[in-house]
Write a protein that binds this ligand. Structure first.
Ligand SMILES: O=C(O)CCC(=O)C(=O)O
Ligand SMILES: [Mn+2]
Length: 203
């Protein structure tokens, strides 16, 4: 494992060995079986290229009504619980005993991307955001708090973990593209990103 800091983002390269990547992939597959991935629609009516589901008390959702956290999947059910393997990573990299309240699961198929944005729908920004990458490589762009600020990019690979804390907690970031087929971890190819957040901070 190598740890580097880029634009205030802490990046743990090769944080997860292959056996943990496989365990995580299987645990996330079980979550997606209970709470199927959907193609979210932005408040502007655009269908996102990334498909999403979630685990934990809250899922992050978007539709014509806006971006927000919801205690329910679109089907009306509550979200599955966050897999232990995911919680272990959170506690290890943050050193916090407080657990995350949302485990957002993004799936990037061929051609999917995520525009530059801030994670700012939480009630509290006092806690770090942790993101875990699995499967195909993704080109991750990192900026600062200004939309048009200078950015730097890095290829995130399967098993890499990123922590956005302190000054980087509200920094712009996004995924410009993936290298479809660069990893064999996911049976149908593509990239999974797991994003862990404290939403209310109340516990
Ligand atoms: O896919 C990624 O690496 C980042 C995902 C992200 O920024 C988000 O879900 O808010
Ligand atoms: Mn984000």
């Amino acid at each position: 494992m190598a740890r580097l800091t880029v634009s205030g983002f802490e990046i743990y390269k090769s944080y997860l060995a292959i056996d943990r990547q496989i365990g995580l992939r299987d645990a996330l597959r079980d979550v997606a079986q209970a709470a199927p991935f959907i193609s979210p629609v932005t408040p502007q009516g655009k269908t996102m290229s990334v498909r999403m589901t979630a685990a934990g008390r809250f899922g992050w959702i978007t539709d014509r009504q806006g971006y927000r956290y919801s205690e329910m999947h679109r089907s009306g059910m509550s979200w599955p619980s966050i897999p232990e393997l995911v919680l272990d990573i959170w506690h290890d990299v943050t050193g916090l005993s407080l657990p995350p309240e949302c485990c957002l699961i993004n799936y990037y198929g061929e051609g999917a991307r995520m525009g530059l944005h801030q994670d700012k729908d939480e009630t509290s920004f006092d806690w770090p955001v942790v993101s875990i990458s699995l499967g195909d490589d993704g080109l991750f762009r990192m900026g600062n708090r200004e939309r048009r600020g200078k950015t730097q990019s890095i290829w995130l690979q399967s098993g890499d973990v990123v922590v956005m804390a302190g000054a980087a907690r509200l920094s712009y970031h996004g995924v410009d593209r993936i290298r479809f087929g660069s990893s064999t971890l996911l049976p149908k190819g593509g990239r999974i990103n797991v994003t862990l957040r404290v939403v209310t901070g109340v516990g």
